[in-house]
Design a protein around this ligand. Structure first.
Ligand SMILES: NC(=O)c1ccc[n+]([C@@H]2O[C@H](COP(=O)([O-])OP(=O)(O)OC[C@H]3O[C@@H](n4cnc5c(N)ncnc54)[C@H](OP(=O)(O)O)[C@@H]3O)[C@@H](O)[C@H]2O)c1
Length: 254
């Protein structure tokens, strides 16, 4: 256990499954106190009970699209100990093909992936500003690097998260608050288990969580992995649009 980590109080959203549950395990194994949020209390209780140090976990169910529920959860967590690190990880994916194009479902995805993050930041800021310290880590995706076929709303929500983190960074830094943005490639979780397409360089959630914990501790602003997926997406984004189209056309279903 690392002694500075032993004092960390980490709040993790989307902690009942996949990457969030793996992050909770990783931080708990390192001696941190972890506060877990998602909608399903049963799954959160099961995750908390399975932590390497179960006594260091607390459960705070909330729907992150509901400001009142987020506010209650953050107040309750702050009442136990100040939040040093908030990992805003809750997220979802809904396909957006032409046949399924629907503004209501795009708006719903943005409520979960994007506005839950802006609301969490809004609610965390008074606490962190008063203390002059804190770390906010936002889970986006390399899918935000380019507009991927059938993932218009998902790619757009993750690109938007990258931009708000970049925009807020200097102002937060001046107040002693750090912000990081995490852009994973494919991670093996219940979310990706539904995918029927190839997922190059897929990695396990535990490995992804350990990479994130290590890089957040080292103060990285942007965390991208696995490196081959990260480089491939960066190259794709840097190509002239006509060349990107040659590749994205090949991703269309037959
Ligand atoms: N897996 C990947 O390959 C991958 C790659 C890049 C980025 N990401 C991002 O990583 C994050 C975690 O994804 P995952 O793969 O671990 O997915 P997952 O296994 O489906 O987990 C999603 C988590 O978010 C919670 N959640 C969803 N909607 C919520 C809401 N309205 N309020 C509160 N909690 C909510 C879920 O819990 P409840 O249903 O109980 O609420 C669950 O704990 C997401 O932001 C995703 O976009 C994943």
């Amino acid at each position: 256990m690392n002694s500075s980590q032993a004092r960390t109080h980490a709040w993790i959203t989307g902690a009942s499954s996949g990457l969030g549950a793996a992050l909770a395990n990783s931080y708990s194994a390192d001696g941190a106190q972890v506060a877990l949020t998602a909608r399903s209390r049963d799954r959160l209780d099961a995750c908390a009970a399975a932590l390497p140090t179960p006594g260091n976990g607390s459960v705070h169910p909330a729907d992150v699209t509901r400001r009142d529920e987020l506010s209650d959860a953050i107040s309750a967590i702050e009442n136990t100990a100040p939040i040093d690190l908030a990992i805003l990880n809750a997220g979802t994916y809904t396909p957006t093909s032409l046949d399924e194009w629907n503004t209501a479902s795009i708006r719903d995805l943005f409520e979960t992936n994007f506005f839950s993050v802006t609301t969490s930041i809004e609610l965390l800021l008074p606490y962190m500003r008063a203390r002059g310290r804190g770390h906010i880590a936002v889970v986006a995706s390399v899918a935000g690097d380019i507009g991927l076929p059938y993932a218009a709303s998902y790619s757009a929500s993750k690109a938007a998260l990258n931009r708000i983190c970049q925009s807020l960074r200097p102002e937060l830094e001046r107040e002693g608050i750090r912000i990081s943005v995490i852009n994973p490639g494919f991670v093996r979780t219940p979310l990706t288990s539904l995918n029927t397409f190839p997922m190059p360089f897929l990695i396990d959630a535990d490995r992804a969580a350990n990479i994130i914990r290590d890089k957040l501790a080292r103060g990285h602003f942007e965390i991208r992995f696995p490196w081959r997926m990260s480089v491939a997406m960066r190259l794709l984004a840097a190509l002239p649009p006509s060349l990107t189209l040659l590749l994205t056309r090949r991703m269309l279903r037959q």
